[in-house]
Write a protein that binds this ligand. Structure first.
Ligand code: GLY
Length: 445
């Protein structure tokens, strides 16, 4: 009997649980390297190793024991730390870019300079300020541009971007935030503040071969009506036609072109082929389609919109990517809509209630035919799950329309009990209509 393919999965969130579930639809062995025990991944894995994701010594020992055929890297931090370069030295190919190419996410200034140098569309007005910049220069730039978005150059877990008029009331607060970032020895990228509607385009990339997945829209704000502090993402939805009610096929095509040009530019600039997921965060604005950010990985929650719809085995796609042969396989998705709702601890993201028990009615989850993904929870004894300080459980409804998927997901949130809350408005007709109206008001639609 042929040996099963051994896959090493790095990461412990709901995104990685979705990757694990998708991979395990094929007859393979999964090995998980995690910071904390995700009960969903642990159940699917042949063996797990618990260690910090930047503990390369522990990783090496696990790799030598398991001898995986390939590794899949879920989150951005290990990519920025060079985990893929390290695995290559151990002879393990990986889904995820090497450190130099992962700068597309880990350095905002790298991305903006790359887009400018290679003349890639979607670039907003921007300027990079190094830590020794006199603060008057920043004042002059902001005066000239008007409202701005201020971005920390490096990774900040989604919390490094502050918008003028929202998180930063005035120029004084912009300067104060820049100084805070400079004090960490980091540069800031200041960009014109854009108005419009965002969407995420996640692509499988192997060098210049780029295959898109259905677009989705995430919700960064903690509370209904897009109010409250920014979070890692409170939920997301995708439509049965793989577009969005306010994003046309033509716009998606333009976004895909930007991702393709970027993958090519990364190779030219760094000498490294980009092998992995390239996620473009786009905004449709009155000034056209703009690229807000790139991520070097699947989105969380957006991975949970696209992976459950995949008809092509994920392992076949990953193997083809590693062989540089992505173009040879047909990547297909079910023509269904999805709505993902994240249940998060009360008080999240400011003062989350941690170590609180969560009870899940698995029978009803099964009956309702929704997907459940564990995120930052801890299984302290078999079946006993407690919250940590971050997002806890993601529920995904899948149906013929967004509205049906939303109803399924919403109903299923009541099968998870504990001191948790979620955004009831994710995927509702009312919210989507607001997005449409917003773009109409901006004369974009
Ligand atoms: N959904 C945003 C992210 O994954 O960064």
């Amino acid at each position: 009997m042929a040996e099963k393919i051994k896959v090493l999965l790095v990461g412990q969130g709901a995104r990685e649980h979705a990757i694990a579930k998708s991979l395990k639809k094929s007859d393979l062995e999964l090995y998980a390297f995690m910071k904390a025990k995700n009960p969903g991944i642990a159940r699917l894995a042949t063996a797990i190793e618990l260690a910090k994701l930047n503990d390369f010594q522990a990783l090496e020992a696990f790799v030598k024991k398991v001898q995986p055929a390939l590794a899949v890297i879920g989150p951005e931090n290990p990519l920025a730390d060079g985990i893929v370069d390290f695995l290559h030295e151990l002879g393990v190919p990986a889904i995820g870019p090497k450190k130099a190419a992962a700068k597309i996410e880990s350095s905002k200034s790298f991305t903006r300079k790359l887009m400018q140098k290679y003349n890639i569309a979607g670039l907003p007005a921007y300027r990079i300020f190094l830590p020794d910049t006199p603060l008057e220069e920043i004042s002059k730039y902001v005066d000239a541009v008007g409202k701005v978005a201020v971005k920390r150059d490096g990774l900040a877990g989604g919390k490094g971007v502050k918008l003028m008029g929202e998180h930063l009331k005035n120029l004084e607060e912009v300067i104060k935030y820049c100084q805070e970032v400079f004090d960490k020895g980091e540069a800031v990228v200041i960009e014109e503040l854009l108005e419009g509607e965002e969407f995420s385009l996640q692509c499988f990339v192997a060098g210049e071969q780029v295959v898109p997945t259905p677009i989705a829209q995430d919700h960064k704000r903690a509370y209904e009506g897009d109010k409250g502090p920014n979070t890692g993402g409170m939920g997301s939805y995708s439509a049965e036609d793989h577009l969005l009610p306010f994003i046309s096929a033509e716009v998606v095509q333009k976004a895909l072109e930007i991702v393709k040009q970027t993958a090519k530019a990364i190779k030219q600039e760094t000498g490294e082929e980009y092998i992995g997921i390239l996620y473009g965060g786009f905004m449709l604005t009155p000034k056209g389609l703009k690229l807000i950010e790139f991520n070097a990985r699947f989105g969380d929650p957006e991975a949970m919109n696209v992976l459950p719809l995949l008809k092509t085995p994920l392992i076949d796609i990953f193997m083809a990517m590693i062989k540089g042969d992505l173009a040879s396989i047909k990547v297909e998705f079910e023509k269904k809509a999805t709505v993902c709702k994240y249940l998060v601890p009360e008080g999240y993201p400011v003062a989350p209630k941690k170590e609180e028990p969560i009870e899940i009615n698995y029978e009803q989850i099964k009956e309702e035919q929704v997907e459940l993904f564990y995120s930052s929870v801890n299984e302290i004894e078999p079946g006993k799950i407690i919250t940590t300080t971050s997002r806890a459980i993601a529920i995904v409804g899948i149906a013929e329309s967004i509205s049906e998927a939303e109803k399924k997901a919403e109903k299923a949130t009541s099968f998870v009990n504990g001191p948790l809350f979620h955004r009831k408005d994710v995927g509702t007709e009312e919210l989507i209509q607001k997005r449409v109206t917003h773009l109409k008001e901006l004369n974009v639609l």
